[in-house]
Design a protein around this ligand. Sequence first.
Ligand code: SF4
Length: 406
Amino acid sequence: MSDKQHTLHSARRLGRLMSRYYLSSRYHSLWGPLLRRPLAWVTSGAPVEILRVFGIHPFYPENYGALCGARRASLALCQAAEARGYSQDLCSYARCHLGSLFSPEHAPLKKLPPPDLLVACNNICGTVLKWYEELARRLRVPLLFIDTPFIAGELEDRAVAYVQEQLRAMVEELSRLTGRRWDAARARRIMGLSNEAVLLWREIRYMGRHRPSPLNAPDLFIHMAPIVVLRGTPQAVHYYRLLLSEVRERVKKGIAAVPGERVRLLWDNIAIWYRLNRFFRFFAERGACFVTDTYTGGWDTEMAVREDPLESLAEAYAGIFLNRSLQFRVRQMVELIRDFAVDGFVMHSNRSCKPYSLVQEEIRRQVVEQTGIPGLVVEADQTDPRAFAEETVLNRAQAFLEALAL
Ligand code: SF4
């Protein structure tokens, strides 16, 4: 990384935390069935707190897809999946993960610990349904699926009740599979840990409001891992407490993530993982810092305390931002732009993630209209480098920064 960006010291601690997480996935895969603590492969928007009540360890193929991208293994893995007939139009997280089953020698963690069950929820996209059905068929393990209705306006009671009913059925099924009983008090404790981590993560993200910002987008993308994979654990809470104190210290000392910060930007969509540092360094070298983004706030959902924990979970997981209307996303971006005093925004039109990307042009138009702030759309893919014409994108970024009078 260039001297134009400061790496957080917590990154080393994060590395150790994630290594332990992956090791415990192997442990659960080996001993879980004996100890009645099975391993589940789950989607990023699955209500993981329920699994934790039953002692089930969650492993996240999407997070693994991001790791494959960051380690530059994603091209070989996507190609391995395509050689088996999976379309190049399929999300590259799915192709990376499927490719790692066919060609583990190309994957960062080699052969993945096999799951005892699969849990998918379509609150992020419809792709996960077909992806997990395919896994269930190939691996011959049970698939539990939660269907969340798309929230076109406000979250209505009937939508919450519909999801809550499915969560109840899921609880019964998990009870049958693990031989353990549902414990509502334990669920509340786990949800309390989730909320604690969510609030800490929110506070960390909001440190970007300081000028200069102590955080740049790569910091947010790297340090979001625990809020995804360790939600509902004391480890996530502990980690974010330490990270928050480091970020506060930066603010106190006036340490900028981008020294000489001259322009403040917002990032929309998933990172370009295989170019994470190089891409954002291009901006940092021109004094531009991405002080906030829409993606790493995706797990910023605090759960209300209701008598039935399943109702709180239904509410929280149905309301995930990718399951919300275009107007909701416009509102969210406008608020971020105002809260973080942003000068411009960059939208990653991500070939893989259709629900995130297809409406971006209209969101851009409305956000520009409401804020007067300019927005640039760049085309790439989160983990498939073949969809990224780097030179063209950087030329456009250069012109965008010049238009911001840098
Ligand atoms: S299509 Fe988007 S939301 Fe769905 S798995 Fe891929 S990246 Fe995630």
